[in-house]
Design a protein around this ligand. Sequence first.
Ligand SMILES: [Zn+2]
Length: 333
Amino acid sequence: MVVNDVVSNILEMADADFAFEWDNSGLQVGDMSWEVSGVLICVDINMDVIMEAIQHGANLIISHHPFLFSPIKKVTEDNVKGQCIIKCIKEQIALFSAHTNMDVSPNGLNTYLASQFGLANIESLDDGHSQLMEFWGAFPTSATAVEAGAKLENLAFGVQSFGVSGSSSFLAGKLLKGKRKATERILASLATDYSIKLIEATKLGYGLGVVGDLDAAMGFEELASAAKGVFGCGRLRVSSGIGGKKLKRIAIVSGSGCDYIGAAASKGADCLITSDCKHKDFLQAADMGIALVCPSHFDSEKCFLPIVRQHLENSFQDNMIFESKAKDVEIVI
Ligand SMILES: [Zn+2]
């Protein structure tokens, strides 16, 4: 088993093409050909987590947050990132992250959290990733068109029409918005002329956040208590929305999701559960008449560990897969 085997397995549930443009998911340190001795799953990577991997004899760390996000200018022992990279190279430890592609996956964090709260009638809060696009390409030879068609066939809805006009061969079809980058790469390498444009919106599963209905409406205190159980925390920052109103329709965005307060309200949510809420966010939610429940960022995303472990255990030996014991650095006392 090499790094590529494990990574491919993760990407089956969290397609890399669905990662946001600004994200840096994927392999960050190491090589896809390295033999894997064990896998450690975590939210964030730091030297303590790398040491934890070494103790387990694991040489592939899968994190939710990318270890490398902002560009770095040097890899030296006089800074923390450099120390971690040097340690990983010396110990042959690979670092891989599945971030926004895991957030938007129908098998990802938000769907998992929705199930923990027992939500039914689930839909995406923002289904922009599920929007359909149309592509068209002109190729210099029919052989090139066939080659492009074979590659594009694997992308969502693949090729729907093929033809020859004059000296050019044409391909056209539909793809998901999240497949745009991969499609562009293929067309840019093989087509003499091409275009990709949004044609319609549809719901196909990939999207950020979820909204769904509780089995029975809850009072605010009851929902807050349920949230403490789901997130395994003793305290939460909250605002109760319209006083006394029972809560039935719940929106969830793991991580920083306050940009979705408006989307939650427009989807009829009585409450948004998300992290990193600021004072202005509590005010906005109150103005829109919805409650806000704010666990820590780490608590909202630590379910990444069991989600990935359970997925990997379907294909790999469970005694090679470990969940990090690293605790949240943000604590409320
Ligand atoms: Zn996060």
